[in-house]
Each structure stands twice: as C-alpha cells, then as structure tokens.
Design a binder for this molecule. Sequence first.
Ligand code: AVJ
Length: 317
Amino acid sequence: MQRISQKPCDQQIFSPLAEELYEGLSADKKIIDPKFFYNQRGSELFDQITQTEEYYPTRTEKKILADNAMEIAGYIGDDVVLIEPGAGNCDKVKALLPVVRPKAYVPQDISAAFLQQTTAELRQQFHWLNVEPVVGDFSAGMELSTPLPQGRRVVFYPGSTIGNFHPQAAALFLRQLHALVGHGGGLIIGVDLQKKSSLLNAAYNDQGGITSAFNLNILNHANELLNANFDTKNFSHLAFYNDEMQRIEMHLVSNCQQHIDCGGGRIYFNNGERIHTECSYKYTVESFIQLAAECGFIGVKSWLDDDRLFSLHYLLA
Ligand code: AVJ
C-alpha cells in the first residue's frame, strides 16, 4: 500500500483557502489552521461553547466590560473611530457603544453576509451610530480598500483571539494594529490568562461535548472545501494544556489506519496520527504587556475579574 500522500491532479481547481487547507493536510505533521473552524455550523458551535459552564472566557470578559464600561470609555476618549477586526456578531462592542459614542464604528469581517446582517441590526439598535463595515481577511494585513472616516483611531479586539497566533505572529499582528491606529491611537484587547491547568483543560473539554463537536466539524468544512470524504466518526477530539508552551493545543486523532480522498489527491493516516487544529496561548498580564511593548504599545490600564481568569487592556500607540 502506498503511504505517501498524493497531490491532486493539476486540472483540479482550488480556491486559495482550499489550497492552504490541502497543503496543511499533506504536510509531514498534519495541521489545519483554526480559521477553518468557522463555517456556518462551526460559528454556531462556537457560540454554544461560550455558553457552557466550563468555558469561562466569554462571560468573564463580558462582565469585565460591563463592570468597567464607564472607565474604559474614559480611556478611549471622545470622537474616536472605533475599529473591530473580525467583529463577527459585534456582540461585545454593544457594552461600549453607548458610553464611548464613537464618531464611527468600523466592524471588519471576512464574512460579508454576516457583516451585512449585524450592521443592519446595529443601525436599528443605535440610531445615532455611524457604522462603516469593511469586508476582508484581517489576517492578510490591515490594508483597507475603503478609506476610514477621519479621527483618532482605537482598535477593539476582544475574545482573546490574539491567543490563536503564535507569539511571533501575534507580534506581527500587533505591529499591524499599531500602524493602523498610528501614533496616539489606542487598542482595547482581551487576553486570556495563565491559570490552574485543570480549569484550562476543563474549558476545552466540556462535559456536553460541544468543544469536541466544534473540533470535529473542521473535517466537515474540509469536506465542503476539498470535496473530501472525512468521516468524523473515525476521529477523536483531543485538547490539553501544554505547560511548557503556555498554550492549549487541540488535535484530531485518527481512530484507525485510513485514507481520505480529496479532489484527486489521497491523504493517509496511521492509527493514532493527529491533525493539529488549534493553539490558544495564555499570557500573564506582564507577559502580554511585554509583548505589546515590543510592538510599540504602552500599557496604560489592565482590568481583571476577581478570580484573575481573564484580562482586558487599554494600550496606547
Ligand atoms: C476564539 C480563539 C478565543 O481559543 O478559546 C474555544 C476558540 N477553541 N474552544 C479559544 C476555541 C476551543 C477560542 N478563541
């Protein structure tokens, strides 16, 4: 039996995203970028994760925002252009909008349909608000096709999404944000904190199996994009805190020796072989401020919940 993964034949037409996905699956150490979690079903499952008992980050960050909204608004200042990369459902910014009253709110997302809907909802809920949505892949760089409204710029980046980046990539992204807001601009960012590994392990292994379903669903997305035949029953969810690397790792483990056909190519799995699907880095307040400082930001103020599970930072560019 041939054990080398074959490239799909040349006439197979792949989108750049599908190309990237196939590349990762053909690698020696199989990997899928976490952005592939978020098809329709994946976004729904992530939403369900945030409502599980074990997954503390979302509710904790929301409480930090609600408890400190006035003070945060004071730091953000008046007449700002508030920019949110990867805004999604724009849920968290709603705590800030009434108190910040920005000159313009610029939600950015890769999903045009999603953005259109949330923009309409925001305009309904906040009649006075100038919403200027931008469609694009923020990880591809911060160059925007449409010019932003004039004014001092503040980026809002909640959810500890920064944790998905390896530290070097996180630094690159922070530098891009620094360039985007310019000297005197600001950044409000949510960062998940290092803590007892039992709490971290529980948060990524909820009893209800939602995180497992979320992890496995990346294979359904791969089936859509690559016309592949992954069977989620033949893989298992694996998530654990890697103490040395200070990150949660998520993997999918092959339950048997198997091969997957995708668009002319074939990918071979040994029993127990893994696909690495996510890293979620955890910081201390100090280690994050240090990283941001290397990217030109000055840490002005950090807010934490009483249990010190999660942090929100105001940084000045
Ligand atoms: C959206 C990247 C912040 O890392 O906690 C949740 C994604 N993965 N459960 C995280 C996620 C598994 C989440 N982020």
